[in-house]
Design a protein around this ligand. Sequence first.
Ligand SMILES: CCCCCCCCCCCC(=O)SCCNC(=O)CCNC(=O)[C@H](O)C(C)(C)COP(=O)(O)OP(=O)(O)OC[C@H]1O[C@@H](n2cnc3c(N)ncnc32)[C@H](O)[C@@H]1OP(=O)(O)O
Length: 162
Amino acid sequence: MTASSEEHAAGAAVDLSGAPDWTLFDAPSLVGDSLRFVSGQPDGDRFRVRYFRDAEQHLHARIWFGPETEGPPGHAHGGAVAAVMDEGLGLAAWAAGYAIVVGNLNISFRAMLPIQKVVTLESRVVSVEGRKIMVHGRLFCGDTLFAEGQCLCITIKKENQS
Ligand SMILES: CCCCCCCCCCCC(=O)SCCNC(=O)CCNC(=O)[C@H](O)C(C)(C)COP(=O)(O)OP(=O)(O)OC[C@H]1O[C@@H](n2cnc3c(N)ncnc32)[C@H](O)[C@@H]1OP(=O)(O)O
């Protein structure tokens, strides 16, 4: 264990509070408890995530990338960033009323993301065409853009919905 990861042993406090005009969004109540890969360890050393909606109902998240997301030394693995965007942008479509799975996710990694940092994911449903829901999102902190993505969500056929 590195000195920096010792600072954030499981259970240590991380500030995931939202902007003043955001309200907490309860993802499990909408999609069930299966979102364990990203959201399943709210006090763990991988991801800590809290979802919100703004006044216009757009989905946002505050995300802490813990020591177990490390890829390049001191920075998040690209797959960890992709996992967060997969869940967050897919959830944005669910929050907008579409029961979907992600069909295609295109991510540009714009800057290396230091681990043990809280960042913000913002999302927008930008188009709806038949079963295809396009969601765009960006992962940032302050003026630093870490990643941006376009996520093609496909509504689940009625017979596949549980
Ligand atoms: C249940 C609770 C969950 C609750 C979970 C909620 C949490 C959300 C967040 C987690 C998100 C995920 O990780 S989901 C897990 C990762 N994703 C997956 O495992 C999905 C695996 N793929 C599939 O199951 C399938 O390929 C589907 C469902 C995406 C599509 O299959 P289908 O239903 O047979 O539909 P299909 O006819 O092929 O496609 C419908 C239309 O979409 C287009 N299309 C389909 N895929 C693509 C694609 N990759 N790129 C471009 N276009 C595509 C087709 O051209 C077509 O356009 P047109 O001809 O109509 O014009």
